[in-house]
Design a protein around this ligand. Structure first.
Ligand code: SF4
Length: 378
């Protein structure tokens, strides 16, 4: 298990896991992979995270030795890595995802080993022939054995049909999300489609979002969007507004170069750009904002949020717009899926996995004014 020390000014210590996790023979539905934060929260591995004791979302990933058949340019799980790295051993959104028996995860959650920290479980699909069927099996079992924790599906539209979405809803999935990630057809094709010999199609992803709006209804579906892959601020916010107008929510990720991916040499999204998009996204999703009232310059850069100054300042001071955006827990505006350091280093936080303190808000405000500072005070 690699500690994230190679990129972090602040040490994050992981101790050697107390069971063997790297056998490529592990496959779903018997096994799933889970995020490092979830493994720590569940007591499966020992470790600590900077300024947060846990995650409130049990993020699971279907797993197969042959891995994902897609080849997305920014992803650590992409097919092109199969020559160099066992699938069970690849990093994903900056961390390792140990593989564990589903039996053990269910037993530990039912036993309260998470100290009731989990407010949501999420099943992430990949592009694999068995991914649909195994997601049905994992979902059905969870809803039957752990009904107190609602389930989100992070779907893979490329392998899904309309009836599959209906079946997941009927099996008890509460929220259905599409990892659109790239926000223009050109960037999508370049990073997820023909540009990287990968099967994903822009039109199929949008059709699946329309199905989700119809089948799951308002507030119960959404999309993942990545900021910083060449789109303008106007382009990503136009997509965010479109999804909001359909009744869905937007879960934002700051682009961060993933080790071993085809985009590992790219720069992270500039801090000021990210902060403007993060704030505007929150206004659109939760504070009555609308892109129609926002102003942009000729380069598509946001210059006016289209909101009363005092209201805007109060929202910024609350810090809420800068916390990780994801599926909710007990508090509808706060993401249970806080994905600690999934899109940045602890020393330079992009999506805060905890409520911001005054010192954090002050640094965010300075970043929005263009100061090139990280969030960690030397
Ligand atoms: S926001 Fe989190 S819980 Fe929701 S679909 Fe995405 S990864 Fe899953």
């Amino acid at each position: 298990m690699s500690a994230a020390t190679d990129t972090d000014a602040i040490p994050v210590t992981f101790y050697r896991p107390n069971y063997h996790i790297k056998t490529p023979a592990m496959r779903s539905p018997e096994y799933v992979q889970l995020s490092t934060a979830a493994a720590i929260t569940l007591g499966l591995i020992e470790g600590r995270m900077h300024r947060t004791a846990c995650t409130h979302c049990l993020n699971l990933l279907v797993t197969y030795p042959e891995g994902c058949r897609a080849n997305c340019a920014y992803c650590g799980l992409a097919r092109h890595r199969e020559e160099t790295r066992d699938y069970a051993d690849r990093n994903f959104i900056r961390v390792d995802w140990p593989a564990v028996r589903y039996d053990e995860i269910i037993a530990r959650v039912r036993n309260g080993d998470d100290r009731n920290q989990f407010e949501r479980m999420c099943i992430s699909m990949i592009s694999h022939p068995d991914s649909n069927d195994d997601t049905f099996v994992l979902l059905e079992r969870w809803v039957r054995e752990v009904p107190r924790i609602p389930v989100s599906i992070l779907s893979n539209p490329t392998t899904l049909d309309y009836d599959d979405l209906v079946r997941m809803r009927d099996l008890g999935a509460e929220i259905f999300t599409v990892a659109l990630d790239a926000v223009t057809p050109q960037i999508f094709d370049r990073t997820r489609g023909r540009g990287v010999d990968s099967p994903h199609k822009w039109d199929k992803y949008w059709r699946t979002l329309e199905w989700a709006a119809e089948i799951y209804g308002p507030e119960k579906f959404g999309a993942h969007l990545i900021c910083g892959m060449g789109e303008t601020e106007r382009e990503i916010l136009e997509v965010a507004q479109k999804i909001r107008d359909m009744g869905g929510h937007n879960h934002m990720f700051a682009f961060f170069p993933e080790r071993g991916s085809l985009m590992e040499d790219w720069e992270p999204v500039p801090r000021d750009q990210w902060r403007r998009v993060q704030l505007a996204r929150f206004l659109i999703d939760y504070a009555g904002g609308h892109i129609g009232r926002m102003q942009f310059d000729s380069a598509g850069r946001l210059t006016d949020f289209g909101m009363d100054r005092n209201e805007l300042d109060a929202l910024v001071a609350s810090g809420k717009p800068f916390q990780t955006s994801g599926c909710p827990g007990h508090d509808n505006e706060i993401s249970a899926c806080n994905r600690p350091y999934g899109d940045s280093m602890p020393a330079d936080i992009r999506s805060f996995p905890f409520a911001l303190e005054t010192r954090d808000v002050e640094r965010v405000q300075r970043q929005m004014q263009g100061e090139d500072i990280c969030t960690y005070e030397e």
